[in-house]
Write a protein that binds this ligand. Structure first.
Ligand SMILES: NC(=O)C1=CN([C@@H]2O[C@H](COP(=O)(O)OP(=O)(O)OC[C@H]3O[C@@H](n4cnc5c(N)ncnc54)[C@H](OP(=O)(O)O)[C@@H]3O)[C@@H](O)[C@H]2O)C=CC1
Ligand SMILES: O=C(O)C1=N[C@H](C(=O)O)C[C@H](O)C1
Length: 249
């Protein structure tokens, strides 16, 4: 490595993803971990960092982000739970910080990012689509941030193509049996021990179906994306949503 390493802090450092991020950044030749902070610990420990990676909880992430922006620290955020209202709030905080970058990505796994892109492309050709996301049973939020983002991409692509959602003859339903509706797309959440993070995007058309599936078998799958995020956020001011925006897709 030549040059000074990027000073990295990790929030949620003792969690499943945070611990993995600490290990990955420590192993990266161009990074040095200068702070590892978990729940109940003082955020002031992060003030020596150039970039902080956040894998905490949807209830905690906005306070963390406000602190980071206030202290001119770039942020790479994997924590889920970002509504359009929350994103607007972050944009507002960044208005007076023209050099600061925040990257929020619902999924850092390359395959998951590609699956979302492929789903967005397929959405123009099918009026019927449903998503099944499958995760470990320690996950706090449902549906997953990835599934919600995928549904949004499909919904927007359909609107752009002038496609209305296809027929669904269901008139009698046990509550929840047809899943949650996000941007007119049905999303079904499975929670089981043994799983890590999986998503299936199903399209139905005349006499055919198309299934796009991604599996994270291990949390190391997210790390190349996290490290790429840390490297790119320094040169990408403002709010960026989605790793696809720093990949050459
Ligand atoms: N974008 C992506 O690619 C991925 C995103 N995720 C998302 O990342 C988030 C974390 O997932 P995961 O690691 O599995 O969850 P964990 O529960 O394993 O880890 C979260 C950690 O954050 C800690 N924490 C909670 N609040 C704070 C706070 N205010 N400040 C500092 N630390 C805090 C928790 O402590 P305690 O347990 O004591 O509360 C815990 O140690 C989730 O939103 C998940 O959906 C997960 C995988 C990939
Ligand atoms: O909690 C998880 O584990 C994951 N969360 C993210 C999400 O909600 O999409 C990303 C990945 O699916 C793993």
């Amino acid at each position: 490595m030549t040059g000074t390493p990027i000073r990295v802090g990790v929030l949620g450092a003792r969690g499943r993803m945070g611990a993995e991020a600490v290990r990955a950044a420590e192993a990266a030749p161009d990074m040095a971990v200068v702070a590892a902070v978990d729940a109940g610990e003082d955020l002031a420990a992060l003030t020596g960092a150039q970039v902080v990676v956040d894998f905490t909880h949807p209830d905690a992430v906005m306070d963390n982000l406000r602190f980071l922006v206030e202290h001119d620290i770039h942020a790479v955020v994997g924590t889920t739970g970002f509504s359009s209202g929350r994103l607007a709030q972050v944009r507002g905080w960044l208005k007076d910080k023209p050099e600061l970058g925040v990257l929020i990505a619902p999924n850092f796994a390359l395959g998951a990012v590609l699956a979302m892109r492929f789903a967005e492309q397929a959405a123009k050709f099918y009026d019927s689509a449903e998503i099944i996301e499958l995760h470990h049973n320690r996950k706090a939020d449902a549906p997953s941030g990835t599934a919600a983002h995928t549904a949004q991409l499909i919904g927007k692509a359909r609107v752009q193509a002038g496609i209305t959602p296809g027929e669904d003859a269901t008139t009698s339903e046990v509550d929840g049996a047809r899943g949650a509706v996000i941007f007119d797309v049905r999303v079904h959440s499975v929670r089981l021990p043994g799983l890590v993070a999986h998503e299936e995007i199903l399209f139905g058309g005349q006499g055919e179906t198309l299934t796009i599936r991604h599996d994270s078998m291990d949390r190391s799958s997210f790390m190349p994306g996290v490290l790429l995020g840390v490297r790119s956020v320094l040169a990408k001011p403002g709010l960026t949503v989605g790793l696809e925006n720093v990949l050459d897709l």
